[in-house]
Design a protein around this ligand. Sequence first.
Ligand SMILES: Nc1ncnc2c1ncn2[C@@H]1O[C@H](COP(=O)(O)OP(=O)(O)O)[C@@H](O)[C@H]1O
Ligand SMILES: [Mg+2]
Length: 632
Amino acid sequence: MLNARSSQLALAWRMLSYLRYLRLTAVVTGSVIVAKIGCELMCVYFLSPTITSVASHATRQALAADGGFWAWLTGASPTITELRPLLCWMALSQALLGLFSYLRHVWDAKLSMRAVFHLRGQLYDRLQHVGFTFYDRMTSGQLINRALSDLQSVRGFINVSVINILDMTVSIAGYLTLLACKSPWLALAALLPTPMSLFIVIRFTKLAQPRYDAQQVSADVLMHKLTEAIYGVQVIKAFGVQERESQAYAEANRGLLKRMTAMISLQAKLNPSLKVVAILSHVALFVLTSWLIQGGQMQIGDLMILGAAMGTILGKLEQVNLIADVFQKAMVSARRLFEVLDAPPEEPRLARLDHQESISGDITFNRVSFSYNSSKPALKDVSLTFGYGKMTALAGATGAGKSTLVSLLARFYDPEHGRIMIGGVDTRSWHLADLRRAIGYVFQETYLFSDTVRNNILYGRTDVSPAMLQQAIQVADAADFIDRLPNGLDTRLGEYGVLLSGGQRQRLALARALVYDPPILILDDATAALDAATEATVQDRIAPLLRGRTVVVIAHRLSTLRRADAVIMLHQGHVVQIGDHESLQCQNGPYLDLVRLQSANLLPQQELSDAAAAPKPLHTPGQVTSPLEATA
Ligand SMILES: Nc1ncnc2c1ncn2[C@@H]1O[C@H](COP(=O)(O)OP(=O)(O)O)[C@@H](O)[C@H]1O
Ligand SMILES: [Mg+2]
């Protein structure tokens, strides 16, 4: 428990440290708060003699004398001389109070909004720089919930907790000083309800913490379900499982409602308990003051100070509830935000190998092992070479580890064992940005931004001539369909219902990689969504462009595998065969299985002739299915 509390304080301290970016705003806000409380105290301070004066014997006499109220008010009577400056002071302090109340409102909001502004920026930066391991752990729903709702509760922490604690401390200290000036006993008496109120609030805090934790987890689940329903809408509809998904969402929704209700019912119990303490204290205090006034130790006006002080102190203590509530929520949120902010960025490069050399040469994997999670390694002791300026094909069943292997090359993940080298230099020697700039990727799944076609192709590059852009589009066989778009290259994707087919998306991704002109090009199933004829066109056009580059192509079709200088077969994270098409199809092994499978089943016409040269499949009944079957 002690540990939990100290970790909460550490979190709070860390949150507060964000105010260092806003020193000026924080100082102005603090000063405005102090000034506003000063004005409040001034009002109360002048109220006391004003009331004493108004209620005094002399005033009553003046009112009874000739002229009555009018003469008294216009100053014909001597009492007003004493009253006039008091009234002026009162008016002035009220005016200032109004001004500072307004300023406080404005600066409160400025401070908390600016703090959130910084946090939001840092959160986004961090999301750009954390490794893929982090994204494997978190769902987008979780991350979005953090960037929206958790950030808002941190804003609440500054707006409500920090500012109210400052306000409360200064107010209570101010009123106690004012009371102590009248009588130290009064100050002490005004503090009477404090321990009881604090006890109640702390007790509540302890009960509320786990409930709030649970509530946020439910909110995460709900957000996760919502994002899945949006991203996966096609699958959900295709499988006609809307009903089931709706039920799952309704259940998560009910879970959140239940937890929020539990929280509110707890909160509802707190306020009456605090009210009881407040009422008892007021009664006790007024008994004490009546006794002091009767004994002549207090003026009637002082009762005003006491009333105001008591009201303020009890009011502020009631706020402890709100402060604690917001504080707790904010600390739960802070923990979740810092989980993102503290996620390690991608591995920095090896400091000791300060390599300025250009990134070229053979790509060598030297005894590389890697697993996403400890349960099952994705790559086991892989040693291979992608020849410089050559085209190497990677083949193997789904899940064999092909995408994993190429993602290690750009250091989306780092291997657990072994080294990856380009031209004999460890890939960890270069800056990540330099390394990645040297590698053009066409991923299995293409992400296109809601921007124009042109910007999607040029993505991030500004120095591409129109001729280079056109060439990339031609080679990727994307010219025809782009011309047919309403505004050609300047059509915004997603607008006017412009949505692209899988094949069109892949062609854009290919153009994007080609325009990047990288020395190393990785095509991860980049032509899988193209029909055989288009693929052949792309292959023919791309061939001259690939010359002089190191190309790794992940493919299943024989037409592609045959063009490669070398073929590497992967099976369950192991390299099982290396060679070229000619030599591999003469060996018994998975490559031959692949050739037979394609010639037997789904082979397009042009590949059939190609496969005819391969040995006939040996069909043994009951034979164990080849792992490569899934690729067909
Ligand atoms: N992000 C990930 N987190 C955990 N496991 C993964 C992840 N990506 C792939 N895997 C697993 O690693 C293995 C290899 O996957 P992958 O390299 O994508 O295969 P391939 O590209 O050959 O189809 C598979 O067992 C797959 O389930
Ligand atoms: Mg893959």
